[in-house]
Design a protein around this ligand. Structure first.
Ligand SMILES: N[C@@H](CCC(=O)N[C@@H](CS)C(=O)NCC(=O)O)C(=O)O
Length: 213
């Protein structure tokens, strides 16, 4: 299985951490995000969205990070990480869809304003951030309440849903994500997710570095 990705981005880290978590081996084909390699050939022939990541497994080309996680988990048959039980799986699929449609955009605004813009010489736009604050807190409260009585999003074990939901928060300090008031969510992120070996192996730090000094 090949993963075409830049490990510094949210959805690429999600897939790389997820595959490590699942124990699925892969070959990384580096697509340099800040050089814009995702926007030109040969990459756009794989993924016409011009976004990373993408997977190639034999004759299957797959984009959408959560679809890649579902495929890999199913292919490897990792029952605990993506149970076959109808209701357990529906619950995980629900969180994967929610992450992609709602949670990722809500967190991404902070990444763009507080990380990407300053790195490229710009300034965070306070108006953009304050306009998104209510949406962030609405969604964070939903996840927080889900985590109030369980260590992981769908119960006592981590699944691909946890990896997917954590990815948009992966640079939370530098992102200045206002998550602290959501206590269960914060506990899950800083104590549970950040202790996972697969999360630690795919570490990304301030400045979008993958090197710890
Ligand atoms: N829903 C897609 C989103 C992919 C996505 O937006 N990737 C970002 C990096 S995290 C990207 O490549 N954006 C294109 C760009 O900024 O040029 C997925 O989950 O794979």
């Amino acid at each position: 299985m090949q993963i075409h990705a830049d490990p510094i981005t949210v959805n690429c880290r999600k897939v790389l951490a997820g595959l490590d978590f699942l124990g699925v081996p892969y070959e990384l084909v580096h697509v340099d995000y800040f050089k814009g390699e995702q926007k030109s050939e040969p990459y756009v022939s794989l993924n016409p969205n011009a976004s990373v990541p993408s997977m190639v497994d034999g004759d299957l080309v797959l984009w959408e990070s959560n679809a890649i996680l579902q495929y890999a988990a199913e292919k490897a048959g990792v029952e605990k990480a993506y149970p076959r039980d109808l209701k357990a799986r529906a619950d995980i699929n629900r969180w994967l869809l929610w992450e992609s449609s709602s949670w990722f955009p809500a967190c991404y605004v902070y990444l763009v304003e507080n990380c990407v813009k300053p790195l490229l010489g710009g300034q965070p736009d306070g108006n953009v951030l304050s306009a998104h604050d209510a949406q962030f807190h609405k969604l964070a409260a939903i996840l927080d309440s889900r985590l109030a009585d369980r260590p992981w999003v769908t119960g006592n074990n981590p699944t691909i849903a946890d990896i997917a939901l954590a990815a948009p928060m992966h640079l939370h300090g530098w992102q200045k994500l206002p998550h602290a008031q959501h206590k269960h969510l914060t506990r899950w992120l800083t104590e549970n997710i950040e202790s996972l070996p697969s999360w630690q192996k795919t570490w990304v730090g301030e400045g979008f570095t993958t090197q710890k000094h």
